[in-house]
Write a protein that binds this ligand. Sequence first.
Ligand code: NAG
Ligand code: NAG
Ligand code: NAG
Ligand code: NAG
Length: 418
Amino acid sequence: MAPLNSHSYHKVLALLAVIVSLVVTTTHASTITRRLETIPYLDYTGIEAAAREAISDTLKRRGVDESDLIARELLGPRQLSVTVPSCKKVSKRKEWRDLRYNEKKDWIRAVKCLQTKGDYGISPISDTLYDAFTQVHQTNWTDFHGNAFFLPWHRWFVWVHAEAMEHECGYSGPHPYWDYTLDYKNPTASPIFSTDPEVGFGTHGNIPLREIGQGGYKVDNGAFANLKVNLPIPHFLTRNFSAWKDWDPERHWGTALGGSFSPEQVKIALKAETFWELEAAIDGLNLTTFNDPPVVPSPDTPAPAGIIPLAGIHNGPHFFNMGDWNGPFWLLGTDWFPAGVVAPNDPMFWPHHTNVDRTFWRWQQRPGKQWEFNGLKGANRTDDPALPTDLLPFYGLGPDVPVALTLKTENWPMCYTY
Ligand SMILES: *[C@@H]1O[C@H](CO)[C@@H](O)[C@H](O)[C@H]1NC(C)=O
Ligand SMILES: *[C@@H]1O[C@H](CO)[C@@H](O)[C@H](O)[C@H]1NC(C)=O
Ligand SMILES: *[C@@H]1O[C@H](CO)[C@@H](O)[C@H](O)[C@H]1NC(C)=O
Ligand SMILES: *[C@@H]1O[C@H](CO)[C@@H](O)[C@H](O)[C@H]1NC(C)=O
């Protein structure tokens, strides 16, 4: 038999690459159309083309040739007929205080309106689109919290929520963020927690309610008074603004926890040299002690004297709020702990996470940072490095997308800026 010459070698390699890419495309396609029901206003085909382009650009930036086997595997066959749409406009997100009265009122109306819309088969427990966001957020949540995927995953998640508000509930105003650094000295007095029945998120209320776990006070004032939410079981929305004082008796984090989301803490985050350090600053990870037994405050395990665990500008506002917004610790002592990360039950989730996203965006405006992505796939030093080509899981809430597609908010399909 004649030895394989260079020409035929390349033919074999090319054939192999096609087979690999077909196999991978099948898997990829089944991830993208995981549910039978697709969300009509998300352009799955366009998003797939944009995802392909984002991966291709990433590989170029990393010096990987597209004829490379790995590149072909990641990219799948090019669909020449599909071009990536462009943004009709790039919308600007605004601080809650800068929305007009009627915009605030309409934003709140549209959030509540999601409780009247179907969930595209996403949640086995409930069937409203409002609950679908909570469902998806709590599904295998450790895959996208406290690791490199946290910021890109939440960016896309918040964007899909904004799209749902626009397309299902007719919201057309600016999407708000809550700049908590304006309120860190006394966060519960922030105007966002106003008791106004039309434009206030309300306070923690007066009626103690322990339907689940730590409970709190039923939110009985403001525009979300008596809001019923359904995950993990139907209950009234609760908060407990005073819990934090017991959790942090030594005031490591400062009064009412505000010290963990002060302007100084944001400044520290924005100075992060790498994306991974940014994630650490935002989520209160200590990269030196990463994976040592975590020091997470709770009423049962208050911050040990002398150790200053970090809350980060992301967790701080969650913690001081308690109730639904607090995440798994709210469910301490129940069967749902620690799986019930139901924070999106509280509408505060959206302006808060929009501001977390804004901090990420601000960091990305620094020279050379737009496309930087690094860190680990999990909350364990032994986990693999995360890659911009990794897919983010959304469990039917639209397509799963690669990290690379989430890195520039001004690009299609997100089309927003700050
Ligand atoms: C959650 O993760 C586990 C382990 O990776 C996996 O088997 C399971 O299918 C995931 N859940 C969903 C809903 O995808
Ligand atoms: C609110 O938190 C405080 C401080 O931890 C606690 O004493 C109180 O029982 C909580 N209230 C409710 C209703 O859960
Ligand atoms: C992380 O933990 C180490 C060891 O406890 C400590 O020396 C260091 O200051 C901590 N880093 C931050 C940013 O808190
Ligand atoms: C981290 O991974 C190592 C090796 O797989 C494992 O032994 C350890 O229990 C993990 N730690 C945590 C906190 O999950």
